[in-house]
Design a protein around this ligand. Structure first.
Ligand code: Z15
Length: 826
């Protein structure tokens, strides 16, 4: 990034006493309470309201600036935005954190307690949703005209409880007591059609006209969440759509005495934005999910077109200059046929002109190669819900097949592969193919992933349109993931390299020269120690478990998925336990393995792995023979706000996916930025992290992508590893006893079965020995305090590449062609 603003140069200057007065005013006038009666929740709301005054002033100025400059803008379409909490972030970005802290202090209130009152805005599952949140933070920070479009879910990702070791899902009701940040915009309500049929009409000039007669109409109500850029000058918006009944009232049904039935239609309309689907990387193919996708895309496109027409009327010629739409995975891919429908059926453009517009507007990000995550919808389902869209999809495909035939004449195999339609028992619409065909740019999210997208997923598309497939390596916002979550480390960094690193993360490189400095090493590790003590207190509070902060804090935090291999870590933990039981003098530095993970509610084996981790933890944590060396803590309800507490305290970062399966990973970046050392495979962004920190400052192990492929090709036999490696055998057999589940032998055996009888798809056993050996290297390195401190410092110093500002700059230059538009004064 070129812009080198100092973080002192913020737009807003409000004094402590003014802030105090504002909080008290809101306590009285917004919340109807007073300083004596108010609880922390009321203080939280009043503090948000005080902050929101500043935020909305920034929003107004930003929107005016964008309007007056008629700026080109990016529209980030995403079914998920995993925002987490906003108060601390907004205070930080406005440079008002200390002001608020002091102001509340004088009112006898603790800001950190107040911050804990805020429910996480968990409108996302994991990496993909959090990436969207980091990206809109960077867009706002970099003064880029941008709007996030998504769904205003009434219930975000479920709250996880652990009962008897097992995951229980509870509804997340983040808005039950109100959301102080969101603004309803009834003036921008949109209507969305569903179901019905298509009428074919013949115009005077012989032109065929299609008219969709919908069966249902639902309303989309927009809620705006201000997105405050660092420095507080630029405030963008995240616009989330809530579904409502359109108010269309079926009087016929009512007159027939069906008042209740008529109301049922309302209930159905309001179901659309009720709940976030909790599956990360598996497509369930549910009708409601497709309706959710179409609902938010249709609302958002209407919104974009309304704004465009306000400036340009019916002249479509400048549309592609003003509008670019980034599709966050294929979830919003239905926007492509929807824009075609608007242009062809409504604006009455000819097909070719409409297609030319479409293919200059959309760009698509692919986030996975996992076949179960690649969306396919039954053609029959699309036909029922969106009959006109299915026709349009067929027309897009028909014309595309002609193009394919020009390139590969008569090659039916390549046609079958590239077709949007998958033929078979049930015709399916492949949303990935539709996205590639309808976009002008397609990107993967890390170098290796983008390479595999080109080589394995879409090789023919790459041959057909050279240069269309590209890479933009993911990033994370250093404002939330270092400055706000790790204030002690941030202050230490400020002293060494100045305070501008949150806007220019490459400046962290300036820390490298202190990597061997004993004093700095001490300071750096002292901060880590303090953060570990804070997390230890949280572990005590949450699990009633005592952990030794001199132990290595070994952290694996991510969605529970077999490809991420939490069970590889579990086998190794069991092996350490076994080594300690067999030899009480087994030489290892004390270690606490700390997990956070949610499993999709319908993903049986993932839930079994959570259960197994908890059962093994229970046994180990209560076994005095090994307690001075080994503990396991599974922290329930992993979420953004918990990540903010875990990441600053981590010594070791577990990034152990099967090579080729993790598209990028972003937790890997957050942990390394906070001085944790990665134990990782050569997968996703781990490879680029290794390039940045150097081989001495990371623990790489395991099979590479090529080795994985070769092993699978030669016929992988997990039983070979079971019989060859006594430790693997002992540990897997242990799972079948009732040692960890007294009275219930076999309660953990589904894991063993998946690894042996079901073929161990993710090569856990093949990588076990290398992993165990890498963990010995970790142990040895940690005992050398200076070596470890040096490694940790280098990790923080070399993370500059992974700021989401760099990712966004890549998108701006290579995809969006956007110009920044700083907000005018006054
Ligand atoms: C998701 O969180 C990711 C990919 C998906 O296809 C879906 Cl549906 C959800 C993740 C990737 O697994 C992760 O490697 C990547 O860092 C993240 O998206 C952001 O790109």
């Amino acid at each position: 990034m070129s812009g080198k603003k100092s973080n002192l140069q913020t737009e807003v200057t409000i004094s402590k006493s003014e802030f105090k007065a504002s909080v008290v005013k809101h306590l009285h006038c917004t919340l109807g309470t007073d300083e004596n009666k108010a609880n922390n929740h009321a203080w939280w709301k009043a503090t948000c309201a005080a902050m929101q005054e500043q935020v909305l002033e920034g929003l107004r100025k930003t929107q005016k600036t964008h309007y007056l400059n008629d700026t080109r803008a990016v529209h980030y379409f995403s079914a998920e935005f995993l925002m987490g909490r906003l108060l601390s972030n907004n205070l930080q970005n406005f440079g008002l954190f200390d002001v608020a802290n002091d102001a509340l202090n004088e009112l006898g209130v603790s800001l950190s307690d107040v911050l804990e009152e805020e429910p996480d805005m968990a409108l996302g599952n994991g990496g993909l949703g959090r990436l969207a949140a980091c990206f809109i933070d960077s867009l706002a920070t970099m003064d880029l005209p941008a709007i996030g479009y998504g769904i205003h879910y009434e219930h975000g990702l479920f709250r996880q409880e652990i009962q008897g070791g097992a995951q229980i899902e509870r509804p997340d009701s983040w808005r039950d007591y109100g959301n102080p940040w969101e603004i309803c915009r009834p003036e921008s309500i949109q209507e969305v059609s569903l179901y019905g049929y298509v009428e074919t009409k013949y115009g005077e000039n012989g032109r065929i006209q299609k008219e969709w007669h919908p069966g249902h109409i639902v309303k989309g109500v927009p809620w705006d969440i201000p997105v405050v850029g660092y420095g507080g000058k630029n405030v963008n918006v995240l616009r989330l759509w809530q579904s409502k009944s359109s108010g269309y009232f079926n009087w016929d049904v009512f007159n027939a005495g069906g008042y209740v039935d008529a109301q049922v239609e309302n209930v159905q309309a309001e179901t659309i934005s009720k709940v976030l689907y909790p599956n990360d990387e598996t497509e369930a193919g549910k009708e409601l999910r497709l309706i959710q996708q179409y609902f938010f895309c249709a609302c958002s496109l209407k919104d974009i077109i309304r704004r465009y027409k306000r400036a340009h009327g019916d002249d479509w010629s400048r549309f592609t200059d003003q509008v670019v739409i980034q599709l966050n995975d294929t979830h919003p891919a239905i926007a492509i046929p929807e824009l075609m429908r608007i242009l062809v059926d409504r604006a009455e453009l000819d097909w070719d002109s409409a297609w030319a517009i479409c293919t200059k507007v959309f760009a698509y990000t692919n986030h996975t190669l996992l076949p179960e995550a690649l969306e396919k919808w039954p053609a029959r389902m699309i036909e029922k819900i969106l009959p006109r869209h299915l026709e349009i999809i067929y027309e897009i495909n028909h014309r595309f097949m002609k193009e394919v035939d020009k390139k590969w004449p008569g090659d039916n195999e390549v046609k079958a592969k590239l077709s949007i339609i998958e033929e078979g028992n049930e015709k399916m619409v492949r949303m990935g193919n539709l996205s590639v065909i309808g976009s002008f740019a397609v990107n993967g999210v890390a170098e290796i992933h983008s390479k595999l997208v080109k080589q394995n997923l879409f090789p023919e598309f790459d041959a057909l349109w050279p240069g269309k497939l590209t890479n933009v390596t993911n990033g994370i916002t250093p404002r939330r993931w270092l400055k706000a979550c790790n204030p002690s480390l941030s202050k230490l960094i400020d002293k060494k390299v100045g305070a501008d690193w949150p806007l220019d993360l490459k400046q962290l490189e300036g820390l490298a020269k202190y990597a061997d400095n004993k004093t700095f090493q001490k300071q750096f590790m002292q901060v880590k120690q303090q953060n570990k003590e804070v997390l230890a207190a949280e572990i005590k509070r949450s699990l009633d478990l005592d952990v030794d902060t001199n132990a290595i804090f070994d952290v694996q935090i991510k969605r529970l998925h077999e490809y991420k291999r939490q069970h590889l870590a579990l086998l190794h933990i069991m092996a350490l336990y076994r080594r300690l039981l067999e030899n009480p003098d087994y030489d290892m530095h004390p270690r606490v393995f700390i997990f956070g993970a949610k499993a999709a509610p319908g993903y049986k084996l993932a839930k079994d792995i959570i259960f197994a981790i908890n059962k093994v933890a229970e046994k180990i944590n209560n076994d005095a023979r090994v307690n001075n060396k080994l503990k396991v803590a599974f922290l329930p309800n992993y979420r953004v706000s918990l990540a903010e507490k875990m990441i600053p305290a981590a010594d070791v970062s577990e990034q152990i996916s099967t090579a080729g399966k993790e598209a990028s990973g972003t937790g890997n970046m957050k942990l390394a930025l906070n001085g944790a050392i990665t134990v990782g495979t050569l997968d996703g962004a781990n490879i680029e992290i290794a390039e940045e920190v150097g081989d001495d400052n990371i623990f790489i192990f395991g099979l590479t992508v090529d080795e994985v492929n070769a092993l699978k090709k030669s016929g992988y036999k997990p039983y070979d590893y079971y019989y060859k490696n006594a430790e693997i055998k002992a540990v897997l057999d242990w799972m079948e006893t009732d040692y960890f589940t007294p009275g219930k032998p076999g309660a953990l055996s589904s894991i063993k079965q998946s690894l042996l009888d079901h073929g161990d798809q993710y090569l856990v056993l093949a990588d076990y020995e290398a992993y165990s050996e890498a963990q010995k290297r970790v142990d040895e390195a940690y005992r050398d305090k200076e070596r470890w401190a040096r490694m940790a410092i280098i990790n923080t110093a070399k993370m500059g590449k992974f700021t989401s500002d760099r990712s966004i700059q890549d998108y701006v230059e290579r995809v969006w062609k956007l110009k920044s538009c700083p907000v005018n004064k006054a």
